[in-house]
Design a protein. Structure first.
Length: 82
């Protein structure tokens, strides 16, 4: 299954609880789009959040995040990783 890294901007001041709540919202509906969110990272100071997922397409990742209430600003395929 292809992997994707999506990026959210403008989330300055995000707390660990906020990040967990957003991630849990994604997990609650990810199966409906065939997505598996694997890991999420955040920098509350810069307001940038990164999510790594396996999904059939970038559009599937985007749809889950949109439905969960936090649409991504970018979704990038990750064709190579070590």
């Amino acid at each position: 299954m292809p992997e994707f890294m999506d990026v959210h901007h403008n989330m300055t001041g995000l707390t660990e609880e906020d990040l967990k709540a957003a991630h849990d919202a994604d997990l609650a509906i990810q199966d409906q789009e065939g997505v598996t969110f694997k890991k999420t990272w955040a920098d509350p100071e810069s307001g940038v959040v990164y999510c790594l997922s396996e999904a059939p397409s970038a559009d599937a990742v985007r749809r889950v995040h949109e439905r969960a209430g936090h649409p991504p600003d970018e979704v990038h395929p990750v064709p190579l990783a070590v």
